[in-house]
Write a new protein. Structure first.
Length: 151
């Protein structure tokens, strides 16, 4: 019986540590993003674009878990949201945080409704973006809500 409980505890520890590692890999690794300024003729201006290093590139296609703050945007969609590592007052769009502090989350199904700065946890497959100006640099596709938001 003791062996059963020890085995159960070990399985729980491995699953829990894997979930924590997956979550910390995301924002911590994203924070290492370097940017370079490129001229976009179509926009007629210089824009900072990501320069993904090998560590970040190696994560593309992996499933990551991110916990962050829901940030509303002018464009409403029932398939995607913006998740920020920091609250709206400090976020990339409003408070001066860098582009590595936000991710675009595409849900498998219709996106639930959230309130500004509501903390949620999502899990999805990472896609990197360095050329489409209509999307963020870090995108989680086929995402699912991991924590159910409190009402």
């Amino acid at each position: 019986m003791k062996l059963f409980f020890n085995s159960l505890a070990l399985i729980f520890f491995i699953a829990f540590s894997s979930a924590l590692r997956s979550q910390s890999v995301g924002w911590q690794t994203f924070a290492q993003l370097k940017v370079e300024t490129k001229f976009f003729k179509s926009e007629g201006m210089y824009i900072q674009t990501p320069k993904f290093d090998e560590k970040i590139k190696s994560l593309e296609g992996s499933y990551l878990t991110l916990r962050g703050y829901f940030i509303p945007v002018d464009i409403q969609s029932d398939k995607w949201i913006i998740l920020s590592r920091v609250p709206m007052s400090q976020c990339f769009f409003c408070g001066g945080a860098g582009p590595a502090s936000v991710a675009m989350i595409f849900f498998k199904e219709k996106s639930p409704k959230f309130k500004t700065d509501q903390i949620i946890t999502v899990r999805g497959k990472l896609r990197l973006n360095d050329s489409n100006l209509d999307e963020l640099n870090f995108i989680l596709e086929d995402s699912e809500l991991v924590t159910v938001p409190s009402k």
